[in-house]
Design a protein around this ligand. Sequence first.
Ligand SMILES: [Zn+2]
Length: 104
Amino acid sequence: MNALLEKRSKAEDEYFARQQLELRKKWARERAEEMASGQAEQLKALHFMKCPKCGMDLHTIELHHVRVDQCASCLGIWLDRGEIEQMLQPEREGLFERIMSVFR
Ligand SMILES: [Zn+2]
Protein backbone atom coordinates (compact mmCIF):
# COMPACT_ATOMS: atom_id res chain seq x y z
CA MET A 1 0.00 0.00 0.00
CA ASN A 2 1.46 3.33 -0.92
CA ALA A 3 1.88 6.04 1.68
CA LEU A 4 -1.02 8.18 0.43
CA LEU A 5 -3.50 5.27 0.56
CA GLU A 6 -2.23 4.26 4.02
CA LYS A 7 -2.67 7.84 5.29
CA ARG A 8 -6.21 8.02 3.81
CA SER A 9 -7.09 4.65 5.38
CA LYS A 10 -5.91 5.79 8.85
CA ALA A 11 -7.94 9.00 8.50
CA GLU A 12 -11.04 6.96 7.58
CA ASP A 13 -10.49 4.63 10.54
CA GLU A 14 -10.20 7.61 12.89
CA TYR A 15 -13.29 9.20 11.34
CA PHE A 16 -15.36 6.03 11.83
CA ALA A 17 -14.00 5.49 15.35
CA ARG A 18 -14.93 9.08 16.28
CA GLN A 19 -18.36 8.62 14.71
CA GLN A 20 -18.91 5.41 16.72
CA LEU A 21 -17.79 7.13 19.91
CA GLU A 22 -20.22 10.02 19.29
CA LEU A 23 -23.05 7.54 18.68
CA ARG A 24 -22.25 5.73 21.95
CA LYS A 25 -22.12 9.03 23.86
CA LYS A 26 -25.48 10.05 22.36
CA TRP A 27 -26.96 6.66 23.31
CA ALA A 28 -25.65 7.02 26.90
CA ARG A 29 -27.08 10.56 27.17
CA GLU A 30 -30.47 9.38 25.93
CA ARG A 31 -30.54 6.46 28.42
CA ALA A 32 -29.59 8.85 31.25
CA GLU A 33 -32.40 11.22 30.25
CA GLU A 34 -34.88 8.35 30.08
CA MET A 35 -33.83 7.19 33.55
CA ALA A 36 -34.09 10.69 35.00
CA SER A 37 -37.52 11.19 33.48
CA GLY A 38 -38.66 7.75 34.68
CA GLN A 39 -37.42 8.49 38.19
CA ALA A 40 -39.20 11.86 38.19
CA GLU A 41 -42.45 10.09 37.24
CA GLN A 42 -41.90 7.48 39.95
CA LEU A 43 -41.24 10.16 42.58
CA LYS A 44 -44.33 12.10 41.51
CA ALA A 45 -46.45 8.94 41.73
CA LEU A 46 -45.04 8.20 45.19
CA HIS A 47 -45.49 11.70 46.62
CA PHE A 48 -48.58 13.07 44.89
CA MET A 49 -51.11 14.25 47.48
CA LYS A 50 -48.99 12.93 50.33
CA CYS A 51 -48.15 15.07 53.35
CA PRO A 52 -44.53 16.29 53.08
CA LYS A 53 -44.22 16.06 56.87
CA CYS A 54 -45.61 12.63 57.74
CA GLY A 55 -46.37 10.99 54.37
CA MET A 56 -50.09 10.39 54.98
CA ASP A 57 -52.74 11.23 52.35
CA LEU A 58 -53.78 14.84 51.86
CA HIS A 59 -57.47 15.66 51.46
CA THR A 60 -58.65 18.66 49.48
CA ILE A 61 -61.23 20.99 50.94
CA GLU A 62 -62.56 23.95 48.96
CA LEU A 63 -63.41 26.96 51.07
CA HIS A 64 -64.49 30.29 49.54
CA HIS A 65 -63.14 29.12 46.15
CA VAL A 66 -59.72 28.34 47.61
CA ARG A 67 -58.54 24.74 47.54
CA VAL A 68 -56.74 23.73 50.72
CA ASP A 69 -55.02 20.35 51.12
CA GLN A 70 -54.93 19.06 54.66
CA CYS A 71 -53.31 16.03 56.25
CA ALA A 72 -55.77 14.17 58.47
CA SER A 73 -52.90 12.75 60.51
CA CYS A 74 -50.69 15.72 61.52
CA LEU A 75 -53.26 18.38 60.47
CA GLY A 76 -50.70 20.20 58.31
CA ILE A 77 -52.26 22.51 55.72
CA TRP A 78 -50.82 22.91 52.22
CA LEU A 79 -51.67 25.43 49.58
CA ASP A 80 -50.95 25.25 45.87
CA ARG A 81 -49.05 27.99 44.05
CA GLY A 82 -50.79 31.33 44.18
CA GLU A 83 -53.35 30.43 46.83
CA ILE A 84 -51.73 32.41 49.64
CA GLU A 85 -51.60 35.48 47.35
CA GLN A 86 -55.24 34.84 46.42
CA MET A 87 -56.20 34.78 50.11
CA LEU A 88 -54.26 37.91 50.90
CA GLN A 89 -55.71 40.10 48.11
CA PRO A 90 -57.10 43.34 49.59
CA GLU A 91 -60.57 42.77 48.04
CA ARG A 92 -60.74 39.43 49.84
CA GLU A 93 -59.94 40.93 53.24
CA GLY A 94 -60.45 38.49 56.08
CA LEU A 95 -60.57 35.45 53.80
CA PHE A 96 -57.38 33.99 55.25
CA GLU A 97 -58.73 34.25 58.81
CA ARG A 98 -62.14 32.81 57.76
CA ILE A 99 -60.50 29.83 56.09
CA MET A 100 -58.04 29.23 58.93
CA SER A 101 -60.85 29.42 61.52
CA VAL A 102 -62.26 26.22 60.00
CA PHE A 103 -59.12 24.36 61.02
CA ARG A 104 -58.88 25.66 64.59
ZN1 LIG B 1 -49.09 14.92 57.80
